[in-house]
Design a protein around this ligand. Structure first.
Ligand SMILES: *Cc1c(COP(=O)(O)O)cnc(C)c1O
Length: 429
């Protein structure tokens, strides 16, 4: 799962005691494990090795350029959703030709920047956007004879009622076009002369805890690809998007090999390249958020632990009601958690709400959570915080954003320093 483990009651990130890091950079702080990133990536690479597969790591999940840099060194590409993310990839030394660019609202400037960089595929979300890309590609003299390539994003219209977060792959969404409409888009634009429309993109949102939505998406997409090819269109690649599960609780999601076992048999012998856009399945388990207990407090029947990290640092609990396992970084041996689970209630624990310092009722990291007794100054670890943690953080309440620290074996380095008060006002006149 990851390289954040207890040794003699003390939490280690790989071979570094996290108390040592907190002592040096203070709290709150994001701590990443390089080995965890690489392990999750390599599991995906191995799982899909039998098909020509390009892994395009989703920058929005966790996009520090140091992280993008060592991932790029493993030969992978990147999934971006803005010009800013393209800038990050280029700063990190990523390969532009392995970049795929999604998003329903690409601006002219962003499109021109991506044309100039020579990215791999524009993932097209609507006819209007394709019109605009064609117009800009015709005007652009920077494509150096290489026709820009595009993938049409289709909605396989999968609505698994049990998975509430699968929302982007349904018909009633702002993303992509229906499978039926895809035929017409290829008929109208297949021969435009400026942009090579030669791939299909699907991104379901989150696949939840089973492989079924992915298998179903491929089942619904392959007849479209066969039919388009029958009409003379070249379809060279299928981009299956991201959303593969991450273990917010121990061993609760399919492995990369499980997904591949469902998906690959449907693509064998189809002469299709495969693109994957994993985000959180690579980075979620690779990060924790360290925070210190400021105060404990009773309110009616409730007990609160007030910590120095707030919803501005990690918004997923407030925004999605997301579960993050939280546990003290230093515990007596009998409190070492044997697994990360919603239901963990060892003898001697009590229910607490873990809340931040922000002036909002929605500022919580956990509710009714069973924890060992803690006191002011104790360090807590919020686990599986590598995805949509720092990247969704903000300066709300004029709070300086937390530093990001990368652990590699027995050493660590600050890959983004803590913001200062001067940073907060630097752009204001
Ligand atoms: C966000 C996003 C991803 C990554 O999703 P994860 O759930 O982090 O794997 C991949 N592709 C697109 C188009 C996205 O918007």
């Amino acid at each position: 799962m990851d390289h954040f483990n207890y040794r003699n009651g003390r939490l280690f990130a790989e071979d570094v005691d996290v108390e040592k890091i907190a002592g040096q950079v203070s709290t709150p702080a994001y701590i990443y494990s390089k080995a965890t990133f690489i392990e999750h990536l390599q599991k995906i690479q191995r799982a899909y090795a039998e098909l020509e597969t390009t892994i395009c790591y989703s920058v929005k999940a966790c996009g520090n350029i140091n992280i993008l840099n060592f991932l790029a060194e493993k030969g992978i590409g990147f999934d971006i959703v803005s010009g800013g993310e393209l800038h990050r990839v280029l700063q990190a030394g990523g390969y532009p030709a392995k970049v795929v660019y999604a998003g329903v609202g690409k601006t002219d400037n962003e499109i021109i920047e991506a044309l100039n960089a020579g990215i791999g595929y524009f993932n097209i979300e609507s006819e209007a956007e394709l019109d605009n890309l064609i117009r800009l590609a015709k005007q652009s003299d920077t494509t150096k004879g290489h026709k820009p390539r595009a993938a049409l994003r289709v909605n396989p219209d999968i609505d698994y009622k049990t998975h509430v977060f699968i929302t982007t792959g349904k018909k009633e969404t702002k993303f992509g076009v229906d499978i039926e409409r895809a035929q017409k888009v290829f008929a109208d634009y297949g021969d435009n002369g400026a942009v090579d429309l030669c791939a299909i993109h699907v991104h379901l949102g989150s696949g939840g805890k089973t492989i079924d939505p992915y298998v179903e998406a491929v089942r619904r997409t392959m007849p479209l690809i066969d039919s388009l090819r029958g009409k003379g269109h070249t379809i060279e690649a299928l981009d299956l998007g991201g959303g593969y599960g991450a273990d917010y609780e121990s061993d609760t999601v399919p492995s990369a090999a499980d997904y591949a076992a469902g998906i690959l048999p449907l693509l064998k012998g189809k002469d299709l390249k495969l693109i994957l856009e994993p985000g959180k399945s690579i980075c979620a388990n690779a990060g924790i958020l360290l925070t210190r207990v400021l105060y404990t407090k009773r309110g009616g029947a409730k007990e609160f632990i007030i910590v120095d990290a707030g919803m501005n640092d990690l918004i997923r609990p407030s925004l999605y009601d997301a579960f993050h396992f939280i546990w003290p970084a230093t515990v007596q041996e009998d409190f070492v958690p044997l697994q990360r689970s919603k239901d963990l209630q060892p003898e001697g624990t009590r229910a607490f709400d873990v809340v931040g310092p922000i002036c909002e009722g929605a500022d919580f990291l956990a509710k009714e959570r069973f924890l060992p007794p803690v006191q002011r100054g104790d360090l807590l670890s919020v686990f599986t915080a590598g995805a949509y943690g720092f990247t969704m953080s903000s300066n709300y309440n004029a709070r300086c954003r937390a530093p990001e620290v990368l652990v590699d074996g027995d050493s660590f380095s600050v890959i983004r320093r803590r913001e200062t008060y001067e940073d907060l006002t630097a752009l204001e006149k």
